[in-house]
Each structure stands twice: as structure tokens, then as C-alpha cells.
Design a protein around this ligand. Structure first.
Ligand code: ZN
Length: 103
């Protein structure tokens, strides 16, 4: 899977980097070195349902392999969703694009 840099259009990071990145932790493009990140709005669409699902798992009182299976399925779903989130340029707020882009 290739993650295209919003700056240079080249493959910019590994799957592992994409998996563990967050809007609070921009990653440098390995091609052009400029920062790429995720939008908070997209990120929250993944994290909020995950937290709700985690709370539900706790309420159902799963034990043993059920808990492992539920937790594993949740992790897989969150990971997959995170991998599918689009990358955006880091360094300025989302908006009209009137800001400078001199990273
Ligand atoms: Zn780049």
C-alpha cells in the first residue's frame, strides 16, 4: 500500500508509520521531508467509535477468549480504518489554504 505525500505526491511513509501516527504526531515524508498528518475530524471518526466499542466490550463482561476476540477485532478495525485515512499537509490549520507553505 502506498501513501502519497500531499506535498510531493511520492510514497511518503510505511504502513507501520501510518498505523501509529495521529494528528498530534506529524510524520516527515521520507521523500521530501515535509510534515504530513491526519485531520482531527477524520481521526475522531475512528477513535470515538473505538472508545464506545471498548466501553460496550467492558459492559458485556466478556472473559477469556471472548475478550481476546472482541479486543482483537476492535484493534483490527481501528488499524484498518487508520490505514485508510487520507494524509494532509501538517503545519497549518485546515481552511482556505491561504497560509504560506514554506515548511
Ligand atoms: Zn513528500
Amino acid at each position: 500500500m502506498i501513501y502519497r505525500c500531499p506535498h510531493c505526491g511520492q510514497d511518503c511513509l510505511s504502513i507501520a508509520q501510518k498505523l501509529f501516527m495521529s494528528p498530534a504526531n506529524p510524520v516527515s515524508c521520507r521523500n521530501c521531508g515535509r510534515s504530513v498528518t491526519l485531520r482531527w475530524s477524520h481521526y475522531l471518526l475512528v477513535i470515538v467509535p473505538a472508545v464506545i466499542a471498548l466501553a460496550l466490550i467492558g459492559r458485556f463482561g466478556f472473559e477469556g477468549y471472548q475478550l481476546l476476540a472482541a479486543g482483537g477485532a476492535l484493534l483490527a478495525a481501528v488499524g484498518l480504518a487508520q490505514l485508510l485515512l487520507p494524509l494532509v499537509k501538517a503545519g497549518f490549520r485546515s481552511g482556505t489554504g491561504s497560509g504560506r507553505d514554506d515548511g
